[in-house]
Design a protein around this ligand. Sequence first.
Ligand SMILES: Cc1cc2nc3c(=O)[nH]c(=O)nc-3n(C[C@H](O)[C@H](O)[C@H](O)COP(=O)(O)OP(=O)(O)OC[C@H]3O[C@@H](n4cnc5c(N)ncnc54)[C@H](O)[C@@H]3O)c2cc1C
Length: 358
Amino acid sequence: MSNGRAVGSWRFTSKPRAIRGVQSAYAGLRNQPRSARTQGTVASISRGSLSYADLGPPTETVQFRAPRSLPLDSLELLPRVDWAAGMRDAWTPGEAAGLARAREFARGSLDAYPHARDRPAQSGVSRLSPHLHFGELSPRQAWYAATSQDPSAAEVFQRELGWREFAHHLLVHFPQTPTEPLRPRFRDFAWADSPGALRAWQRGQTGYPLVDAGMRQLWRTGWMHNRVRMIVASFLVKDLLLPWQQGAAWFWDTLVDADLANNTLNWQWSAGCGADAAPFFRIFNPVTQGKKFDPEGDYVRQLVPELRGLPPRWIHEPWHAPPEILARAGVSLGVTYPEPIVDHSWARRRALDAFARI
Ligand SMILES: Cc1cc2nc3c(=O)[nH]c(=O)nc-3n(C[C@H](O)[C@H](O)[C@H](O)COP(=O)(O)OP(=O)(O)OC[C@H]3O[C@@H](n4cnc5c(N)ncnc54)[C@H](O)[C@@H]3O)c2cc1C
């Protein structure tokens, strides 16, 4: 090569003094002019050869002046309501926080995990899901953090990690399942269409305290306890007969651990159309689930403050509470807290009929 410099198929020739204010930025242009007139001198640029060393230092610097612009804050790009406040309080993102959480869980909660994992009012689960989803913690690290403690309790926890693996394998082999039921016969299922009911469910205003507590926990913290996820999912799909895809989409938008594989597997499970489907006749009763897994009503009380004054006997079914108990607790159904949007016994029969027809 001569003493010229090639940029792609282009070479530059010119006399040093002929280039004033013409910077090497031209080198990036594909359709360069054969000559460029700058400040009265002609810089001829052609397919010849030119070394930048020949040019010497530029005699003039082209100053870039940014256009006048508004201060960033004046654009008001951040939402006025701080939607993320609850999430910030609940989570510390990052690898160090994920590892610390895994160790703390193994030391403090793993032994009780087999029974405490079904109690949403207790801190009996690991809350590692967002760290696992974002790869801040690997399943292997979580697995081995657990094996160092009680082996039988570790096994129950490791089984849950197994569900995660299964979900990811399913997604690889059936990539259509985030929107399509795995079992094709569910494709034509006659789902209801009720934007009002969907909205009540999303906002935690169904009138079923455990369902509402779960949906509000999700909105506030970006996470919901697994037992309650199963209950709210069953409520959407079976009690309201709304498509599981609408529930999955809302979870996708609001969960900090939103994970395409886990979300898909679990929603398909809830709707009964997945690989390990819950039989369609398994319909969670939100009242009996509440009495069993939140017997004192502490979970509901934390998240549904309107019902805080109700005693445990009535907190999961305020519509059955005697008027004087409601009055003492400051609860006025239909005013301070909604009436149930659907009667569970009636909805259960409707769902069984609909599912039996597919
Ligand atoms: C309708 C529905 C939707 C769900 N959507 C998601 C989702 O988007 N992302 C998500 O990570 N999990 C999802 N899950 C599964 C489960 O609820 C969460 O993984 C769990 O609640 C996270 O809390 P944790 O880390 O304390 O769980 P732990 O009980 O401590 O379990 C440890 C880990 O095991 C895995 N795991 C536990 N249960 C399941 C399960 N049923 N399926 C797959 N993996 C599991 C998770 O990675 C979890 O972090 C969903 C469950 C339901 C019923």
